[in-house]
Design a protein around this ligand. Structure first.
Ligand code: ADP
Length: 448
């Protein structure tokens, strides 16, 4: 049993986790930096502890302070949210050594999926389809031979990769040496590890990911997929469930492959298996061993609270549903509302003077923002997520258009106008877009 959860995060996700804890009758502890003393999740938590100055490395990434906050408050579990320490195996180990439950997978599974080469090898062993590529690391000795075997264009990727860094395309043999050298030096600079591997470069894929939850005992379910192809600089902007590109058979087939893999692994907690999808084929790229930003669209179409499930399996209570009991209903879209200039994407921190969240049937706003809230400049610029649900994709889009007109955030610039453009776009209406679509669209619109 878990009786008090410390939420090791900030912003909308801290509030999201807090809401689930309250519903389950579990006491909550908020931790915060000095910059977040006025945050909504701090106000609503049963207790709060200031863990340091604004920079993340001194506060939200400070393991010692967070463990000390657990001990002071008697918290018996930690929910890490996403980002920060959520995929830090050392953090999971340290909590376990202190007898505190980490609400997430085992440290071993975090490590396994955190390294891209072992993640891919594991995926192959578990029967998950992967992108054709090198067997492990590529070196200056085998780089040319490997590329010829895979066939150009190829993509060189950092083993320790994340956030799209240390990734370089080689279109032909002439580009190969330079791509290899640049990827290695970027990887060394960003991750302290120059190791790279190679994959076939897919031209126009979609990004489709499968939500899974396991109980750590060999039971696991999938909750369908999300299409997150609309990205800018590898950051997701708009996500939808289900994917406009899949039919029911494809959905259930890839979902079952992922659920079966999680059963074999005895995976515990929520996770996301990410794929590129092209010409009817799925290619595994990575697995995230945590809750994701875009989880609410899955909740909207399945009516299952993923944070409740995370807490249940962490406490040993098992999953609340079996695969047979899960139904997929309607369509959901999430828009990430960032405090950024909608044209240049330059962050726009500052004080929100007016804030009005839209409402009505099928509308969910996950946000810690309010009128008078001062957005600190130290963290990411996500100030809220708008999630809209409808019985069909068409109804969902109609609702989204209405809801975007109602949303008011004054005092700072936000990406709301971008979504107003997107919701009226014909390609988006048709569901016809790949992972490059948004970058092309933005480049074109800047020119006008
Ligand atoms: P990271 O962990 O750095 O985000 P990923 O492996 O998740 O790296 O890939 C990030 C993005 O890079 C993908 O969403 C996709 O846009 C692109 N990408 C990755 N692998 C390939 C590939 N083999 N072909 C084409 N694009 C790819």
């Amino acid at each position: 049993m878990i009786s008090k959860i410390l939420i090791a995060n900030r912003g909308e996700i801290a509030l999201r986790v807090l809401r689930a804890c309250k519903e389950l009758g579990i006491a909550t502890v908020a931790v915060h930096s000095t910059a977040d003393a006025d945050a909504m999740h701090v106000r609503l938590a049963d207790e709060s502890v200031c863990i340091g100055p604004p920079p993340s490395r001194d506060s939200y990434l400070n393991i010692h302070q967070i463990v000390a906050a657990c001990e002071i408050t008697g918290a018996d579990a930690v929910h890490p949210g996403y980002g920060f320490l959520s995929e830090n195996a050392k953090f999971a180990d340290i909590l376990e050594a202190h007898g505190i439950t980490f609400i997430g997978p085992t440290a071993e599974h975090i490590r396994l999926m955190g390294d891209k080469i072992t993640a891919k090898q594991t995926a192959v062993e578990l029967g998950i389809p992967v992108v054709p590529g090198s067997d492990g690391e590529v070196t200056s000795e085998n780089v040319l031979e490997t590329a010829r075997k895979i066939g150009f264009p190829v993509l060189i990727k950092a083993t320790a990769g994340g956030g799209g860094r240390g990734m370089k395309v080689a279109k032909t043999e002439d580009d190969l040496q330079e791509a290899f050298d640049t990827a290695r030096s970027e990887a060394a600079a960003a991750f302290g590890n120059p190791a790279v591997y190679m994959e076939k470069y897919l031209g126009k894929p979609r990004h489709i990911e499968v939500q899974v939850v396991g109980d750590g005992e060999g039971n696991a379910i999938h909750l369908g997929e999300r299409d997150c192809s609309l990205q800018r600089r590898h950051q997701k902007v708009w996500e939808e469930a289900n994917s406009p590109a899949l039919n029911v058979e494809q959905r259930m087939k890839i979902g079952q492959i992922c659920a079966d893999a999680m059963k074999k692994m005895k995976y515990r907690g929520a996770g996301t298996v990410e794929f590129l999808y092209e010409n009817g084929e799925f290619y595994f790229i990575e697995m995230n061993t945590r809750l994701q930003v875009e989880h609410p669209i899955t909740e909207a179409i399945t009516n299952i609270d993923l944070v409740h499930e995370q807490i249940r399996v962490a406490s040993g209570a098992g999953l609340s549903v079996t695969q047979d009991e899960i139904t997929f209903s309607g369509h959901a879209i999430e828009c990430r509302i960032n405090a950024e200039d909608p044209r240049t994407f330059v962050p726009s921190p500052g004080t929100i003077t007016h804030f009005h969240a839209p409402g009505g049937l099928g509308v969910r706003v996950d946000s810690g923002a309010y009128a008078g809230y001062k957005i600190p400049p130290y963290y990411d610029s996500l100030i809220g997520k708008l999630i809209v649900h409808g019985r069909t994709r068409v109804e969902c889009m109609m609702r989204l258009r209405r809801v975007l007109d109602e949303f008011v955030v004054d005092g700072v610039k936000t990406t709301l106008p971008l979504f107003q453009d997107l919701v009226s776009n014909q390609d988006i209406a048709n569901g016809e877009y790949d992972i490059h679509w948004l970058e092309h669209y933005l480049a074109h619109h800047k020119a006008h």
